[in-house]
Design a protein around this ligand. Sequence first.
Ligand SMILES: NC(=O)C1=CN([C@@H]2O[C@H](COP(=O)(O)OP(=O)(O)OC[C@H]3O[C@@H](n4cnc5c(N)ncnc54)[C@H](O)[C@@H]3O)[C@@H](O)[C@H]2O)C=CC1
Ligand SMILES: O=CC(=O)O
Length: 336
Amino acid sequence: MATFGEAELPLVLVHRPPNFHFPFKHRLQTHFRLLDPLDSDPPESTHSFFSRHSASIRTSAAAGTLLSPTLGRHFPPDVADLAVALLIDVLRRVSAGFRYVRAGLWARNGGFPLGFKLGGKRVGIVGLGNIGTEIAKRLESFGCVISYNSRKKKPSVPFPWYKNVYDLAVNSDVLVVCCALTEETRHMISKDVMTALGKEGVIINVGRGALIDEKELVQLLVRGELRGVGLDVFESEPDVPQELFSLDNVVLSPHCAVATPECFDALEELITVNLKAFFSNKPLQSLVPEMLSRRYEVGTMEPASVLDHVYPKGPAMDGGQIASRDPRQDSYWSKI
Ligand SMILES: NC(=O)C1=CN([C@@H]2O[C@H](COP(=O)(O)OP(=O)(O)OC[C@H]3O[C@@H](n4cnc5c(N)ncnc54)[C@H](O)[C@@H]3O)[C@@H](O)[C@H]2O)C=CC1
Ligand SMILES: O=CC(=O)O
C-alpha cells in the first residue's frame, strides 16, 4: 500500500462530486499534494479510499479535515448574470432571432415574431439566497416586480413572500428557480405549479435540474402551455430531453452559469489561502458553522469516521455539490 506520510507538500484529500472536474487542480498541485479518490483506477468513493489508506493518512503530518465555503461569495453575481441573460433571451427571442437570420429567413420571409418586454414582469424567485438576491437586484433595476418563496419570510427583505411556490406561481409571470436541491425541493416545480404559472409564464432554472419535474415541463412546452423556458441545469446532465431542441421558445446552456475564468481564479485563490491557513493553524478566510469546521488531530479519531462525523447522514450529492442536511443551513458545500 502506498504511504503518503513522507510527502513534502501538505497532503490534501479531495472530496468532490464525480461530475465536478476541478478546473484548477494543476495550479493547486504546486502548493499541495492532492489525493483524489476519483482519479484512482477504477474510481473510488472518498469513504473507501479513506478507509483503505487510513493508516498512511493518519501518520501524515497534517491529519485533519477542512470544510469551508468556497464559491459562496464569488459565484452568485455570475450565476445571476446568466439567469438574467436566459430570461432576456427567452422574452426577446435573441437566440431564436439569431437562428432566423442565420437560416436566411429574414431575407426570405421578412419580419420576425415580436418578443416580450422585460420591464414590468412579475418575477417570482424560488429560493432567495445568495444567487436569488443577486437576481432580484438585477431584475429590479430592469423594472420587474419581485416576490419570492423560501421556507421562511426573510425579515430584512422588502419583497412580498409567498409561503408556497404554487401561490408564488399564481402571482408571477416568470419563475426563476435558484434554490438548493434537497429531498424537500425535488420536483417542487410540479405540473400543478407550472400550470398555475399559466400559458404566458416563463421559467428560468439555474439551480438544479431536479427542482423541476422535467418530464412534465417538456410535455407542457410541447403542448404550448408555457411561453418559454431558459435552462442551465437538467435532471440527467449532460443528457437533455431531445424534444427541447426543436422548440424556439427554449434557451439552453450547458450548466455553465458559474463558469467564468474570473470566478475560478477567485475560487482557486480562496481555496489556496484557506488550505495554507489550515496547515499553519491560522483562521480561515471563509468559515462554515462550527460543527463543520473542526480540526481533527492525528490519532484522536479514525480518519474514516471524520467523514461520518461531518456528514452524519451522508453527503447529499446533488449533481454539482455536496449539500449539507444540517437544518441550520440553507445549503452548504465544499469543493474540497
Ligand atoms: N447553475 C450553476 O452554475 C450554479 C447553480 N447553483 C445552484 O444554486 C443553488 C442556490 O445557490 P445559493 O443562492 O448560493 O444558495 P443559498 O443557500 O444562498 O440559497 C438557497 C435558497 O434556497 C432556499 N430554500 C431552501 N430550501 C427551500 C425550500 N424547501 N423551499 C423554498 N426555498 C428553499 C433558501 O431559503 C435559500 O434562500 C445551489 O444550491 C446550487 O444548486 C449554484 C452555483 C452555480
Ligand atoms: O452548479 C454549480 C455549483 O457550483 O453548484
